[in-house]
Design a protein around this ligand. Structure first.
Ligand SMILES: [Zn+2]
Length: 132
């Protein structure tokens, strides 16, 4: 069952995608989230294997939060904070990581991109009709 502090954690993760915040603040926030993670070197079948996880006593939401922090930190290390984005198609506000080659994605997926382009086309057409 979700509790009030769980919703706070969700909002906390969301703020990492806020492009108006500076990168140092976001890095500090991410490091604070990562500080709860436990890093272990396991040797299954004699082969070294790095695991990063939440402490064993962590709640489900803490485990999800830790997993999110580890994944986001990996993405930021590879692509930079500028690739953490929020979908530009109204009313969608989904967060996504732009892993494209050009790094110019504005939408969370094809459905939102298509909806935005159709809406923009219709607005332009309506404007043109009023201008005549
Ligand atoms: Zn979207």
């Amino acid at each position: 069952m979700w509790q009030r502090h769980d919703v706070g954690r969700r909002v906390h993760v969301r703020t990492l995608f806020d492009e108006n915040r500076n990168e140092h603040d976001r890095a500090e926030q991410l490091n604070e989230m990562l500080s709860r993670a436990t890093v272990t070197l396991a040797m299954p079948q004699g082969r070294p294997f790095l695991t990063i996880s939440a402490p064993s006593a962590a709640t489900l939401i803490e485990r999800v939060s830790t997993a999110s922090a580890v994944s986001l930190a990996s993405a930021v290390a590879r692509y930079g904070f500028s690739r953490l984005r929020v979908c530009a198609a109204d009313p969608c506000r989904d967060a996504f990581i732009d892993t494209s080659k050009k790094g110019a994605r504005r939408f969370c997926g094809n459905r939102c991109a298509s909806r935005w382009h159709v809406a923009t086309f219709r607005q332009r057409k309506k404007k043109d009709n009023h201008a005549k």
